[in-house]
Design a protein around this ligand. Structure first.
Ligand code: EPU
Length: 442
């Protein structure tokens, strides 16, 4: 297990480019199961979760046909579902990656049968899939739980369109919307998803499906309408840039009082984030020569010397994203005053709180709310967190802290950020990756 060693206190300056979105790419890759034609995907990030999804798809008869010899470059993938005989997503893979659940809808819709291991809880909470199952049942799927596997069968004649309400106690569900929308693309008749997730990743998936011949309207709003079609065809699609990676880099600039230009930044998908950051004294402005396109902009990030405290509540899109909560908390640890963060999507997603406290942060948690009393400096310390975004928050804290921070178990971070240390180093950070043996010597 690798560790990052960070010498804090260096300003980040220069240019950094955002990669394709993990959370967009995963359901999009699963959608390759909906067709026997090739699905070409560009801008896919090289991450552990993406490789796990490739492994899972290969077990389900959907192979990568443009594998390069030697170290494979994942940035362009051609996926081809040429063997539809195996429809079992095994626990071995599902337990390493919850997004495996995205294969459920495409498998039932295309093959009439799916067996997908039920995902368990994870570090950020229980994470049920009841809404996914409710939506697919409404399309006529018969669903049972057998030995820890979700077993789903389409009715004779295939799935049928229906009106489905996907609202749950914390709003809608992103991957649940992806599952139902993908399945409904091949159902007979019209499906209306009410209380659909509005996240940009759902819009990206709808763009892919429509380019394959689906008839989907309303993606990005709470009502999505899908006219089912009998077949989907080949496609060549570029995955949208990762709004969470972009937000993390914006905060890396801010926490080091730096001056970063962030390229390929989906700024229109980050309005709630830039709103809160502006209130804190962080400025995110179009860079000179930025493409006139809110999905691939170049933005320049600068900030006031002293950050102001803010109040933030995580919400479904277009609200402030839970996936940038830990990073913002790290930033607010050094604001001048008391900030308040309330987590409304995953109320237990606070693995970073105790670790930030080890670095001298003053945090008081009560249920889903954390009060952050800003301190002048964070102090380097050994830390770790078993959640991807919590780990990103700790890296940011390490960049700002006085002295040396050891962020252990960076494999969590590697699930969501490609070569983070190399990219941060290129803009001035002092950050090294060491392996377990080297870590033991420190
Ligand atoms: N929920 C239910 N029932 C369901 C599904 C969800 O009650 O059937 C609840 C969840 O427990 C949670 C809320 O609804 O309280 C929202 O969960 P959602 O289903 O939207 O989450 P997800 O689709 O499983 C995706 C991202 C997460 C991100 C969330 C919220 C992917 C692969 N994952 O998960 O990303 O936090 O949406 O935006 O797209 C990450 O990248 O670090 C990450 C965890």
């Amino acid at each position: 297990m690798d560790t990052f060693i960070i010498e804090g206190g260096r300003r980040l300056c220069g240019r950094i480019r955002v990669n394709g979105s993990k959370n967009s790419a995963l359901p999009i890759m699963a959608a390759a199961l909906l067709t026997r034609h090739p699905v070409k995907l560009r801008g896919v990030p090289d991450l552990a979760d993406i490789r796990n999804m490739l492994r899972l798809l290969a077990e389900l008869g959907c192979h990568r046909t443009n594998e390069a010899p030697g170290a494979p470059d994942l940035s362009t993938l051609i996926l081809h579902s040429d063997d539809e005989s195996q429809s079992h997503a095994r626990y071995d893979i599902v337990r390493t990656m919850r997004a495996s659940i995205c294969t459920l809808g495409p498998l039932i819709a295309r093959r009439g049968y799916a067996k997908v291991s039920m995902p368990g809880g994870c570090a950020i909470g229980d994470r049920p899939v009841d809404l996914h199952l409710r939506g697919l049942s409404a399309l006529g799927a018969h669903i049972t739980l057998e030995n820890g596997d979700i077993v789903a069968k389409a009715p004779p004649g295939g799935l049928r369109g229906a009106t489905i309400f996907l609202g749950g106690p914390f709003g809608s569900t992103v991957l649940g919307t992806a599952n139902v929308m993908s399945a409904a693309a091949l159902a007979k008749g019209t499906t209306v998803i009410e209380s659909a997730a509005c996240e940009p990743e759902v819009v990206d998936l709808a763009r892919l499906l429509n380019a394959m011949g689906a008839r989907i309207s309303g993606a990005g709003s709470p009502r999505i309408t899908i006219q089912g079609v009998p077949e989907l065809g080949p496609v060549d699609h570029t995955v949208m840039p990762d709004r969470i990676e972009a937000g993390t880099f914006i905060m890396a600039a801010a926490i080091t009082n730096g001056d970063l230009t962030i390229e390929n930044c989906p700024i229109d998908a980050l309005l709630a984030v830039t709103d809160r950051l502006t209130a804190a004294g962080v400025y995110v402005q179009p860079a000179q020569g930025s493409p006139d396109d809110g999905l691939h902009a170049s933005v320049r990030v600068t900030c006031d010397r002293v950050l102001k405290p803010v109040e933030v509540t995580t919400q479904p899109f277009p609200g402030y994203p839970t996936d940038l909560q830990a990073q913002l908390m790290a930033l607010l640890c050094i604001a001048d005053g008391n900030s308040v963060i309330t987590e409304r999507i995953f109320p237990e997603r606070f693995l970073h709180v105790a670790e930030l406290a080890r670095m001298g942060a003053r945090l008081f948690r009560q249920g889903p709310t954390v009060i952050i009393s800003g301190v002048r400096h964070l102090i380097g310390a050994p830390v770790m967190a078993s959640d991807l975004r919590a780990s990103a928050g700790l890296v940011l804290a390490g960049l700002a802290a006085q002295g040396t921070t050891y962020v252990n178990r960076v494999y969590h971070l590697d699930r969501g950020y490609e070569k983070m240390e190399e990219r941060l180093r290129a803009v001035g950070a002092s950050i090294q990756r060491i392996d377990e043996k080297e870590a033991a010597e420190h």
